[in-house]
Ligand binder design. Structure first.
Ligand SMILES: Nc1ncnc2c1ncn2[C@@H]1O[C@H](COP(=O)(O)OP(=O)(O)O)[C@@H](O)[C@H]1O
Ligand SMILES: [Mg+2]
Length: 262
C-alpha cells in the first residue's frame, strides 16, 4: 500500500490549548487525530465484527508499553486471554511476555463484575489502576453491557456510570463497540456517542469487487481532527493506515460511486 507522502489538505491545523497527546502508535491515525488522543479521554472504536477493533485496542496498549513505557490494562468480556495471546502473536506482539514483565494486565471478566469493581475503590481493578499506575486501558467490548438490562434508561445510566468511572481514573481509554447495522447498537441504545470524547469508525467498503477497509474519525472533543476517510490494512505490525480514498463518494453508504465516471 502506498504511504502518504505529505499531509493532505484536510489534515487538521487548528491549535487548541496544550494538553498531552497520547499516541495510538498507528501513524496515520495519529495524524488524523492531530497527534493522538487527549490524555484521560475516552474513545469509542466502532465497527462491524472483524474490522479490527480489538487489534486497534491491543496496538494502542502495545505501543504505550514499548514506545512510551506506559503500563496498559485490557479488560475483555469476549475473548479468553489465550485467544488474545494467539491473535496478537500473529501481528508480532508477545503479550504473555509483557504480562510476565508486569507491563500489561489482561482481565477476562463479565460486565457485571467489572461494573461493581469499578465502583469499589478497594477492588482488584482499582488497585491495579492505582498501584500499577495504569495509563492506558481498553474495554473490549462495551456492547456486552446490553445484556445487563433491557430498560433503555437503565442502560444509559449504566453506560454513563462506566464512562464517568473511567474518566475519574484519568486513564486514556478505548472502548470497542460492535456495529450491528440494525440501529440496536449499544451506541444508540446507551447514548454512548454523547458521553464519550472521541469516536473512531472502522468499516468494510466494497470497491470494484474487492473488500477494503476504511477508517474515519467521527468526533473529537476539545480538539480538531481530519474529516477524511482513509484506507487501512491489517498485517505484521498491526494496523497500517494509508491514503485517503480518492475519487470516491458515498463510501459509508455501502454503495460507493466513482466521481471520475460521471
Ligand atoms: N496476522 C494477521 N494479518 C492480517 N490480518 C489478520 C491477522 N490476524 C488477524 N487478522 C484479521 O484481523 C481481523 C480481526 O480483527 P479484530 O481486531 O479481532 O476485529 P474485531 O475486534 O473488530 O472483531 C480479522 O479480519 C482477521 O482476518
Ligand atoms: Mg473484537
Amino acid at each position: 500500500m502506498e504511504k502518504p507522502t505529505e499531509p493532505s489538505s484536510s489534515t487538521p491545523t487548528t491549535n487548541y490549548p496544550m494538553r498531552k497527546r497520547v499516541k495510538t502508535g498507528i501513524v496515520g491515525l495519529d495524524e488524523m487525530l492531530s497527534g493522538g488522543l487527549l490524555e484521560g479521554s475516552t474513545t469509542l472504536v466502532r465497527g462491524a465484527p472483524g474490522t479490527g477493533k480489538t487489534t486497534l485496542g491491543i496496538q494502542f496498549l502495545y505501543s504505550g508499553i514499548v514506545d512510551e513505557s506506559e503500563r496498559g490494562l485490557l479488560i475483555s468480556f469476549e475473548e479468553f486471554p489465550s485467544s488474545l495471546h494467539r491473535d496478537a502473536l500473529s501481528f508480532g506482539w508477545d503479550l504473555r511476555q509483557l504480562e510476565k514483565e508486569k507491563k500489561l494486565r489482561i482481565i477476562f471478566t463479565s460486565p457485571r463484575i467489572f461494573l461493581s469493581s469499578l465502583q469499589s475503590p478497594e477492588s482488584p481493578l482499582n488497585r491495579t489502576i492505582q498501584e500499577w499506575n495504569v495509563r492506558r486501558m481498553v474495554l473490549d467490548s462495551i456492547s456486552h453491557f446490553t445484556h445487563l438490562t433491557r430498560d433503555p434508561r437503565g442502560l444509559r445510566e449504566l453506560c454513563s456510570n462506566v464512562i464517568n468511572g473511567l474518566k475519574r481514573e484519568g486513564v486514556t481509554t478505548i472502548l470497542t463497540g460492535e456495529d450491528s447495522g440494525t440501529g440496536a447498537s449499544i451506541e444508540e441504545r446507551g447514548r454512548i456517542s454523547f458521553i464519550v470524547d472521541n469516536i473512531i469508525l472502522m468499516r468494510y467498503v466494497e470497491i470494484d469487487s474487492t473488500m477494503q477497509r476504511a477508517i474515519l474519525v467521527l468526533k473529537t472533543r476539545g480538539s480538531d481532527h481530519a474529516k477524511e476517510i482513509r484506507r487501512f490494512e491489517l498485517g505484521k505490525g498491526g494496523i497500517i493506515v494509508g491514503n485517503r480514498f480518492e475519487g470516491r463518494e458515498a463510501l459509508l453508504s455501502g454503495s460507493p460511486r466513482s466521481t471520475l465516471t460521471r
